[in-house]
Design a protein around this ligand. Structure first.
Ligand code: ZN
Length: 502
């Protein structure tokens, strides 16, 4: 057995154990009774410890060194060379984190999830605050172990968006914030909204929503033999390998977009996972290259496809026959406008494309201040509400609709939010490159229900590579330049200018 094969078989076992932990995490959010929380925390923590031991052992260090020595002559663009680079990156990172810290983070976040869900249901921030305090302290320790140049946030961000610095995220927001704020003001200045979205709040029976949603995600390419969809409090996508990808959704009888666009969004993530090259199955390259890239896929399908006019030219008749009563007096164009209404709102996951990134900016600013200690956990709800008022002109009536709305911090995911905005920007760059490569025909293809050309383009250019190329390199390979806010802002101006000046 070659040194590389020995390393690969060792890391395949580590990956299998991580996937087993992910199955437990999926079950926790879908089917586990609340009573299972404490034993589930013990189970996941035990597996996390084993994964950490195997991934950092002296045996692992030796296997990696031998494989690197044997692979010194490899072509740098080969899969094997990419594998060795990724194995080294993973090993160096995880080895910096003590097992006790990893286990404690796992235990605390598994319990904090339940505490957060309860606090949110009761709008009781005080019930979650002690957990947030613990998670911030563990995150500071993790950042210090991982290493940074005085900016702890860098170390956390790098776990989700390899190679990205906090300063670059700040610059990204500075480059989009003025245009977004101006666009929101311009639309608000039109007075009572020229776009009516009340149709979306009519009564849509849940079974009909499920059937229609499944038909849409099948049409865009979700492979049901290698994935399934279940219900969860918060929609998410998780993968136990490229051939078992789980997505979740949630239904609101009186708000059609929740399940529909939630399902399309999670399908975008699932298509990425299902589209990774088969030769990477079970291997450490079998994953998305970054969360920003992952989000570019979900946002591309949700917004550039799912909230586009051509898409509803194709699917509106089917939606209308699924729901003849609530949609009887609404034509396709009115529906298209309704799902694109721009309106400052309290909840991120329901935000329109124009206001969405301001929600992310708010979280990015607050979590940096929490991490640095500039903002105390006790004062965080007031800081949140002050920013809501500054950016949106709104004050949350309670913390459930304010600082408690998102699951991320309870899961220890501090430094994660910027990946949503990175994904938004990237989604437009990728879509425009796909359109130009496909002869400018994407709109016609989507209107005809032909999703395959776009999916195949994404498979070829993005999905198949998994983690082979780091995100900064992958974006350059595809579009010939770095992440760029200009196409994104131009897209918003054009789309919403059209909707709001008609
Ligand atoms: Zn997403």
């Amino acid at each position: 057995m070659s040194a590389l094969s020995e390393l690969q078989s060792h890391l395949a076992e580590v990956k299998a154990l991580s996937e087993a932990a992910a199955v437990l995490g999926w079950d926790q959010q879908t089917y586990m009774p609340t009573g299972g929380a404490v034993s589930r925390a013990a189970q996941i923590t035990a597996l996390t410890r084993v994964v950490h031991q195997k991934a950092t052992s002296a045996e692992m260090a030796g296997l990696l060194e031998r494989a690197e020595a044997a692979g010194a002559e490899l072509d740098t663009d080969s899969d094997d060379a990419a594998y060795l680079r990724m194995a080294r990156r993973d090993f160096d990172k995880i080895s910096k984190l003590p097992e006790s810290l990893v286990a404690e983070m796992s235990r605390v976040t598994t319990l904090a999830h339940g505490a957060w869900a309860l606090a949110r249901a009761q709008s009781d921030y005080a019930g979650f605050a002690p957990w947030l305090t613990q998670i911030l302290e563990l995150s500071r320790q993790a950042a210090d172990h991982l290493g940074h140049d005085g900016e702890r946030y860098d170390a956390l961000l790098d776990q989700y968006e390899p190679g990205m610095k906090t300063a670059e995220v700040r610059a990204m927001f500075e480059s989009i914030k003025p245009a977004l704020v101006a666009l929101v003001r311009k639309i608000s200045a039109l007075g009572p909204s020229p776009v009516d979205d009340s149709v979306l709040k009519r009564s849509f029976d849940e079974e009909g929503q499920r059937q229609f949603g499944e038909s849409v995600i099948r049409a865009i390419g979700f492979d049901w033999t290698r994935g399934r969809q279940d219900r969860a409090v918060h929609p998410f996508c998780t993968s136990f390998g490229r051939s078992d990808v789980r997505i979740t959704t949630r239904f609101d009888k009186n708000f059609l977009p929740m399940a529909l666009f939630g399902s399309i969004h999670e399908t975008g993530h699932a298509l990425y996972e299902q589209g990774i090259a088969e030769r990477y199955a079970g291997n450490i390259l079998c994953d998305g290259t970054s969360l920003g890239f992952h989000e570019s896929q979900s946002r591309l399908w949700e917004n550039l496809v799912g909230r586009s006019r051509p898409f509803w030219q194709k699917f509106y008749p089917a939606l209308q026959s699924q729901f003849p009563e609530p949609l009887k007096d609404i034509d396709g164009e009115a529906f298209y406008r309704a799902i694109n209404k721009v309106e400052p709102t309290l909840i991120r996951v329901e935000a329109d494309e124009v206001t969405y990134n301001l929600h992310i900016l708010l979280r990015f600013e607050i979590e940096q201040d929490l991490l640095s200690g500039k903002l105390s956990v006790a004062d965080a709800p007031a800081a949140w509400n002050a920013k809501m008022s500054e950016y949106f002109g709104l004050t949350p009536p309670n913390d459930a609709q304010g600082i408690l709305q998102d699951v991320h911090w309870s899961g220890g995911m501090i430094g994660y939010f910027p990946t949503y905005s990175i994904g938004n920007l990237l989604s437009v760059q990728l879509f425009e490159k796909a359109n130009s490569d496909l002869g400018g025909q994407i709109s016609e293809q989507i209107a005809a229900g032909e999703m395959r050309p776009l999916l195949d383009w994404l498979r070829t250019n993005v999905h198949q590579w998994g983690r082979k190329y780091p995100p900064t390199e992958l974006v350059r390979r595809i579009v010939g330049g770095p992440l760029d806010p200009a196409p994104y802002l131009a897209y918003l101006e054009k789309k919403f200018g059209n909707i709001y000046t008609r």
